[in-house]
Design a protein. Structure first.
Length: 217
């Protein structure tokens, strides 16, 4: 089966299973989305959604957040992990948004990725889900699934992103990013499917017997 054929099948299955793709991180504007995505690094969305209401009750804008101390932020976000690093980034990026962007979240990759704690994946989520700009945010989970499904053989998330963008229509990127995440959580978990149990894996590779070995980024 050609890669293009696998991609067509995968998109058909995902569109049928997930016709709607609500953003799993609770937020009310692009600033709260940015903070939630930053907090989600090495943390579950469920945990983030438990913490952000507490944080945003104290400070829901860059102006309010910049007035909190790193210690105050840390005491709230500590359960999300990487507390010292994330609290410092949240404090600093809030100041930068005020000083350099008039309190508004930048709507381009260049400025977003210059913010403390904001990498390409986080910027991609904000651009796609916040501003509606086509982007394909690839994390380690999507990287793993793209390998299992034969859509990439790249060793890095950057190469996987490039491969996925080549094979799927630009208009589908924002939705596919979420659909793949949803499918991975529900059917193709790292320690459950192993590349040979879920419907997508079985359809793409019906003769696969041994667990698929991933190339870790």
């Amino acid at each position: 089966m050609k890669k293009s054929e696998r991609a067509f099948i995968i998109k058909r299955i995902l569109d049928k299973k997930y016709p709607k793709t609500p953003i799993p991180l609770d937020h009310f504007d692009n600033y709260s989305l940015l903070i939630a995505v930053l907090l989600s690094a090495q943390c579950t969305d469920e945990r983030v959604n438990q913490i952000t209401p507490i944080l945003f009750s104290k400070a829901s804008t860059p102006f309010e957040m910049s007035k909190l101390t790193e210690k105050q932020i840390y005491n709230i976000i500590k359960p999300c992990g990487l507390g010292p690093k994330k609290s410092k980034a949240i404090k600093e990026l809030s100041k930068i948004i005020i000083d350099k962007h008039n309190g508004q979240i930048p709507n381009n990759f260049s400025d977003l990725e210059k913010l403390p704690g904001v990498g390409h994946k986080t910027a991609s989520v904000v651009m796609s889900q916040g501003f509606g700009v086509p982007a394909f945010a690839v994390d380690t989970h999507i990287h793993r699934l793209a390998q299992r499904w034969g859509l990439t053989n790249g060793k890095s998330v950057k190469k996987t992103e490039e491969d996925l963008k080549k094979i799927f229509p630009k208009s589908s990127w924002n939705k596919l990013h979420l659909q793949i995440i949803f499918w991975g959580r529900e059917y193709c978990q790292a320690r459950e499917c192993y590349g040979k149990e879920c419907d997508i894996c079985k359809t793409c590779y019906p003769n696969r017997v041994k667990p698929f070995i991933h190339k870790k980024p």
